[in-house]
Design a protein around this ligand. Structure first.
Ligand code: WTA
Length: 647
C-alpha cells in the first residue's frame, strides 16, 4: 500500500460555499436521492436514463443480472452516442455554441462550434466507412491532444466502431501490444505533437509498431499537425485532411443497442500485460453526463470546463470529451506540458479562456506549488468557481494550497475517486452541498453503493479495510477485452462474486467519509498514472543483461510514488548500465515507466518458499527502517547489499 507522507495535521472541515444553488442543492437532497436509489434502484435509474439521454428506441428493461457479473443495462434500447453529444444540441439551437476550445503549446487557439464539430465528425465517419470500417471493428487512436482526437472518437461512435485510444507517450512496443490485442483494422494518428517546444513523433512510432505483426491493420490515417516529416506507404497510408475533404458533412448515425461496445481502454493491473477495459454505450454516457452535473455542477450555458487530462486516459475520455459534450457545454483541450514556457502556463490558460471549472491531478498541483505562488498570482483567476482533483490521494498540504492560492477560498474542491473500470466518478463531494475535508473524497455519489470491508467482506463502518462496490451501476466496465475469466478473477473473485473489488485500501471516519489509502495490489500510482510492477519487471528482464528484477514504489514528494527497481544481473554492471536499463524500459513501455532508482544485487530477498519479499523491498526503497520479519529470508546478506547499492 502506498503511503503519502503528510507533514501537516489538518482536521478542519470546509463547508460548501454559501449562496450558490448547485444541481444538487443540499445534503438533504443528496440523502433523499441516495434513499430513492436504495428503495427503488431500477425506477430511479430508469427515470434518469429516460430524462438524460436521447433514445432512438426507448428501453423497457433497466438491468439484466442473468449473467452476473456481466451486467446489462437498458439493453433493449437503441441510441447513438454522437447524436447525444452533437446532433441534439444543434437541433436545440445551440449549433453556434463553442464545443471545444483548443490551445496549442505555442499559443495558437481554435474555437470549434457544435455545428462545425458535427460536420467534422460526419466527414470523418464517412471517411472511416469508405475505408471499410464497420460496426464492431476496432480503431486505434494514437494522437496528441488536438480536436481531431475527439473528432476521431466521436466518428467511431457514429458508425458503431470501437475505439481504443493509446496515450501518445507510449512506445511503439506498447502500441503494438494494444493493436494486436484489439485486432484493430485502422490506426488514426498524427505526424507528431508539440512537447516542450519540440516535436514528439507519432506516425513514425506507428510505422515501427506495424513492422512486426499487427496483421489486422489495413490503413493508417494521419493528421498533419506538427510539420514532422513522415514516410508514406501509398498502399496503406492515407492523409486525414484529403480523406475528410472528399466526404459529405452529413452522415446518418448508426443506432446501436445500449450495450454496443463503445471503447476499449488499456490499464495496468497487478499481473500480466495491461488489460483492455471494455465500456459500452448507454450506461457509460449516462454516468458521464450525470457526474458532470453532480460532481462538477456543470451548467453548460455559462461554464467553461477544463480537464487537463490527456485523451489517452479515462479522465480524458469522460471529462475532456464525452461528459462535457453530452451536456452541450464547452470543453477546453490544451496540447502541451503544464510548465511550458513557464510554471504559469495552466493559470494563464485559466485566465485567458475564463475557465470556471478546473480539474487536474494532485501531482500537477504539487509540482506547481514547488514552482512558487508568484506564478498563479500573476494571472487573473477570478473566473474559477470550482476545482477538482483526480488520480491519487491529495495530501492536505496540496489541498490547502489549491484552496487558498488558486481558489482564493471561494471555490469548493471536488476530490473524485474513480477508476478506468468505473467510467466516471464514484466517490466525490457535491460541490455546493457536501462539507469537505482535505484528503477525503467524502461520500459516494447517489446510486453508488461503496463500502469499506474487511478480508471477509464484512462492512467496516469506521476504520480501515478494502474498498468495494456492492451494487452494479450503469457505467461499470463490461469486461476485459477477450478475457472474460480475467474480468471475474480480477474484480469479483476476492469476495465470491458478491462485490466488485477496486484494488484500493480505504478508511472511513466517524462521519462516514471515505479516505482512499492507495492500491493494495502490485499497481503503482506514478504521477496519477497506473503502472503494474509486473509490466516494468518484464520490460527489465527482456534486456539481455538482466537475470531477475523486482519493482516497488517508494513515496515521492511530487509524483506520489516513484519507481524503484531491484535488479540482478547476468554480468557485471558497467557505469552506464542503469541508464541503459532506464532507456530500455522507456522503449518497451514509455517514458512514464522509467525507474527512478535502480539497485543492483547478487540476488533478491526471498522467503524460503521462493517468494520475493516485497514489503522488505519497499522499506529499503523508501530508506525506512525495516519492519518486516526477515527471519525467513534465505540470504541475510542481500539486505545490506541492497541498502548500499543505489545507482
Ligand atoms: C487512484 C483514474 C485517491 C486509485 C480516474 C484508483 C485515487 C486508481 C483517486 C485508478 C482519488 C483515483 N483519491 N486515489 N481521488 N482517484 N485514484 O484507472 O488507486 O487511471 O484505483 O483512473 O487511481 O486509476 P485510473
Amino acid at each position: 500500500m502506498s503511503h503519502i507522507t503528510t507533514i501537516l495535521e489538518e482536521n478542519r472541515t470546509f463547508p460548501p460555499p454559501a449562496g450558490v444553488r448547485g444541481n444538487i442543492a443540499s445534503l438533504d437532497e443528496y440523502h433523499a436521492l441516495c434513499a430513492r436509489f436504495q428503495t427503488e434502484p431500477e425506477a430511479t435509474w430508469r427515470e434518469l436514463a429516460e430524462a438524460q439521454l436521447r433514445w432512438d428506441q426507448p428501453f423497457t428493461r433497466v438491468l439484466n443480472r442473468e449473467r452476473a457479473p456481466f451486467f446489462r443495462w437498458f439493453e433493449d434500447g437503441r441510441l447513438n452516442l454522437s447524436v447525444n453529444c452533437l446532433d441534439r444540441h444543434v437541433e436545440d439551437g445551440l449549433g453556434e455554441r463553442t464545443a471545444i476550445i483548443w490551445e496549442g503549446e505555442a499559443g495558437e487557439v481554435r474555437h470549434i462550434s457544435y455545428s462545425q464539430l458535427l460536420a467534422d465528425v460526419c466527414r470523418a465517419a464517412n471517411a472511416l466507412k469508405r475505408l471499410g470500417i464497420e460496426a464492431g471493428d476496432r480503431v486505434i487512436i494514437y494522437m496528441p491532444m488536438i480536436p481531431e482526437a475527439a473528432v476521431a472518437m466521436l466518428a467511431c461512435s457514429r458508425i458503431g466502431a470501437i475505439h481504443s485510444v493509446v496515450f501518445g507517450a507510449f512506445s511503439p512496443q506498447a502500441l503494438r501490444d494494444r493493436i494486436e490485442d484489439t485486432g484493430a483494422r485502422l490506426v488514426i494518428t498524427a505526424d507528431g505533437g508539440a512537447r516542450r517546444g519540440g516535436i514528439h513523433a507519432l506516425k513514425p512510432n506507428v510505422d515501427t509498431a506495424l513492422q512486426q505483426g499487427c496483421q489486422t491493420v489495413e490503413h493508417v490515417l494521419t493528421v498533419r499537425h506538427a510539420d514532422n516529416p513522415i514516410d508514406t506507404d501509398p498502399a496503406r497510408d492515407i492523409d486525414w485532411h484529403t480523406a475528410l475533404a472528399a466526404e459529405s458533412d452529413k452522415c446518418e448515425p448508426l443506432m446501436v443497442e445500449s450495450e454496443h461496445p463503445l471503447f476499449i481502454l488499456y490499464t495496468s493491473g497487478s499481473t500480466g500485460k495491461p488489460k483492455g477495459i471494455l465500456h459500452t454505450t448507454a450506461g457509460y454516457l449516462l454516468w458521464a453526463k450525470l457526474t458532470m452535473q453532480w460532481s462538477f455542477d456543470f451548467q453548460p450555458a455559462r461554464d467553461i470546463f477544463w480537464c487537463t487530462a490527456d485523451v489517452g486516459w479515462i479522465t480524458g475520455h469522460t471529462y475532456s470529451v464525452y461528459g462535457p459534450l453530452a451536456c452541450g457545454g464547452t470543453t477546453v483541450m490544451y496540447e502541451g506540458v503544464p510548465t511550458y514556457p513557464d510554471a504559469g502556463r495552466l493559470w494563464k490558460i485559466c485566465a485567458d479562456h475564463r475557465i470556471t471549472l478546473f480539474y487536474t491531478a494532485p501531482t500537477a498541483i504539487r509540482a506547481l506549488i514547488k514552482a512558487g505562488d508568484q506564478w498563479p498570482n500573476r494571472h487573473d483567476l477570478s473566473s474559477l468557481r470550482l476545482l477538482g482533483t483526480v488520480g491519487e490521494p491529495i495530501n492536505p498540504e496540496a489541498w490547502i494550497w489549491y484552496h487558498t492560492v488558486i481558489g482564493k477560498e471561494r471555490c469548493p474542491i471536488v476530490d473524485t475517486w474513480w477508476q478506468t473500470e468505473t467510467g466516471g466518478h464514484m466517490i466525490a463531494p457535491l460541490p455546493f452541498a457536501t462539507p469537505t475535508k482535505p484528503g477525503s473524497a467524502t461520500l459516494p455519489l447517489p446510486g453508488i453503493d461503496a463500502a469499506v470491508v474487511d478480508e471477509h467482506g464484512d462492512e467496516v463502518t469506521e476504520g480501515g479495510g478494502l474498498l468495494v462496490l456492492r451494487q452494479p451501476f450503469p457505467s461499470m466496465l463490461r469486461g476485459i477485452w477477450g478475457d472474460d475469466q480475467r474480468y471475474i478473477d480480477t474484480y469479483w473473485h476476492k469476495f465470491d462474486g458478491k462485490y466488485y473489488f477496486a484494488g484500493d485500501g480505504a478508511r472511513r471516519d466517524a462521519d462516514g467519509y471515505f479516505w482512499i489509502m492507495g492500491r493494495v495490489d502490485d499497481v503503482l500510482n506514478v504521477s496519477g498514472h497506473r503502472l503494474g510492477t509486473m509490466e516494468i519487471e518484464s520490460a527489465l528482464v527482456s534486456h539481455p543483461a538482466v537475470a531477475e528484477a523486482a519493482v516497488v514504489g517508494r513515496p515521492d514528494e511530487i509524483k506520489g510514488e516513484a519507481i524503484c527497481a531491484f535488479v540482478v544481473l547476468k554480468q557485471d554492471a558497467d557505469a552506464q548500465l542503469a541508464d541503459t536499463l532506464r532507456q530500455h524500459v522507456s522503449q518497451e513501455i514509455g517514458a512514464i515507466a522509467k525507474p527512478d532508482d535502480i539497485r543492483f544485487a547478487d540476488s533478491l530477498p526471498k522467503t524460503r518458499s521462493g517468494k520475493i519479499m516485497r514489503r522488505l523491498l519497499r522499506d529499503i526503497a523508501a530508506g525506512r527502517e525495516i519492519t518486516s520479519d526477515t527471519s525467513t529470508l534465505e540470504d541475510q546478506q542481500v539486505v545490506a547489499q541492497l541498502q548500499q547499492n543505489r545507482a
